[in-house]
Write a protein that binds this ligand. Structure first.
Ligand code: SAH
Ligand code: SF4
Ligand code: F3S
Length: 475
């Protein structure tokens, strides 16, 4: 069945930009501040750059101080309950700002805003929120903000704008205010069609759709020309890039075309679903000089029974074979993963399968999560007799094992000389610089901040569970 793929007409995005300019003129001279607070994954980080791009076009200066901001945007994540609780806590705390400055505008957008149940909760109990809209409405943020400004202060619900729905479309040509000048996100696709049984993302982000390869290549070329040196291609499952496009392309092809862009940069990507990771991908990674030898390949569980209940569509054996092949083909591959502990019905034996798998693969780093039921997903209907304490103990055992593996792998790097990209100021004691190896390992360095943005050869002199420490040999 051919997939329907819609694009927002370029005239419509152009109208949004014109509207930004009209808002800027109407608000007049004088400095105005806006703040964008981001939760969740890189996709949201990337969307926040668009929110800031629009706000800047409206004449706002960005601030990190909520006491100062005329517009406060909270870009939310719904993936686990904990993330939602943090959002509600922080939004609730804005009550006092609103009380003192009722003219200020509070916006709640992102994945939580797409859930009907949450919108109702916000409408009822979070009176400080003036505008609420889901991810599909992002491209028309100026129009929604303008409407909010018009009705602002009117009595009752008329004083607030709540929008969700929208089509699962691709919008090009949106403004962007990027966070740094060394590393850049590049969204190549949105949405997800996988419906893992525990996951809210397909419900809040809609159906998967890819950007045209020409648009992706044009954006990558512009970033490289502007001096960006580390580009991360983003999608919930980059391995299915290209499906539904009226061109014959796939993710390995895209990677090769980006690699062929002249310039001094490296390219990485997130996230790969194991069911769609192929030898073709690993070969492209190995052959593309500028492709980082890093793959984030979330395994979620090492038990075939649980993988089936999660609807992951691969087995433990397939996963092990994949990672083995990837390591054969890609020298110095850095392999990272996500694991969920305490999926409904997980037994001690299932958990031990997970633990054994991770000890066999030896991941460079692992993100571990305790299962969080998401209303509306199939898994949320499953009963789970396992006591919370038991799940916590499994989680602790897994983290302890993962940390020991990371520490050992890091220690094995000591004495080596590796290439890094110095990407920012340091945050670790007297180590003044932060850098990443091609594989993405964090290396703390000492040196002048003038080196930020450049490559260096460094000797690894120390390590811990989370990072390496090094000395610059040649900058
Ligand atoms: N598209 C990516 C994952 C996006 S969500 C992928 O499939 O790899 C990031 C991670 O959050 C997932 O890999 C999973 O480990 C975790 N996660 C998602 N839903 C969760 C839930 N309901 N409870 C706990 N962890 C969850
Ligand atoms: Fe969620 Fe699965 Fe899609 Fe990842 S692939 S976003 S875990 S449904
Ligand atoms: Fe969260 Fe939405 Fe990303 S739910 S993990 S911000 S896609």
């Amino acid at each position: 069945m051919p997939l329907q793929r819609r694009e927002i007409a370029p005239e419509k995005t152009a109208e949004q930009l014109e509207l930004c300019e009209r808002i800027r003129l109407r608000l007049g001279p004088g400095e105005r501040f806006a703040m964008v607070d981001t939760y969740g994954c890189q996709q949201n980080e990337s969307d926040s750059e668009i929110l800031r791009g629009f706000l800047r076009a409206m004449g706002y200066t960005m601030t990190g101080d909520e006491q100062l901001a005329d517009v406060i945007v909270v870009n939310t994540c719904a993936v686990r309950e904990h993330a939602q609780m943090r959002v509600f806590g922080n939004v609730g705390a804005l009550t006092h700002v609103k009380r003192e400055h009722p003219e200020r505008i509070v916006v709640l957008c992102g994945c939580m805003a797409q859930s009907e149940q949450i919108r109702e909760q916000v409408l009822r109990s979070y009176r400080m929120v003036d505008l609420c809209f889901g991810p599909n409405e992002l491209w028309r943020f100026p129009e929604l903000l303008e409407r909010t400004m018009q009705v602002h202060g009117l009595p009752g619900n008329r004083g607030r704008v709540f929008e969700a729905g929208g089509e699962d479309a691709v919008a090009e040509g949106l403004p962007r205010m990027r966070d740094g000048s060394v590393k850049a996100w590049l969204t190549i696709m949105s949405g997800c069609n996988n419906f893992c049984s525990y996951c809210i993302v397909p419900y809040v982000r809609g159906r998967e759709r890819s950007r045209r390869s020409a648009d992706v290549i044009a954006e990558a070329s512009a970033l490289i020309a502007a001096g960006y040196r580390d580009i991360t291609l983003l999608g919930q499952n980059v391995n299915s890039y290209g499906r539904g496009l009226d061109e014959d392309t796939d993710f390995p092809d895209l990677l090769r075309r980006i690699d062929a862009i002249p310039g001094d940069f490296r390219v990485r990507f997130m996230t790969s679903h194991p069911k769609d990771a192929t030898e073709k991908l690993f070969r492209a990674m190995a052959e593309c000089e500028k492709c980082a030898p890093h793959i984030h390949l979330p395994v979620q569980s090492g038990s075939n029974r649980i993988l089936k209940a999660m609807n992951r569509q691969y087995t433990r054996e397939k996963y092990l074979a994949l990672t083995e092949r990837a390591r054969e083909l890609i020298p110095d591959l850095v392999l990272t993963t996500d694991v969920i502990v305490g999926f409904p019905g997980e037994t001690e034996e299932d958990f031990l399968d997970t633990l054994r798998l991770t000890e066999e693969v030896r991941f460079d780093s692992m993100f571990t999560f305790i299962y969080s039921p998401r209303p509306g997903t199939p898994a949320a209907k499953l009963e789970d007799p396992t006591p919370r304490q038991e799940i916590q103990s499994r989680f602790d055992r897994l983290v302890e094992s993962a940390n020991a593996v990371s520490a050992a792998l890091h220690a094995s790097q000591e004495g080596r000389v590796v290439r890094v990209l110095i990407d920012g100021p340091g945050r670790s004691g007297d180590y003044t610089l932060s850098s990443r190896t091609d594989g993405g390992r964090l290396v703390h360095l000492k040196g002048s901040e003038s080196l930020i943005g450049s490559w260096a050869d460094v000797k690894i002199t120390g390590s811990n569970t989370y990072a390496l420490f090094g000395e610059i040999v040649r900058a």
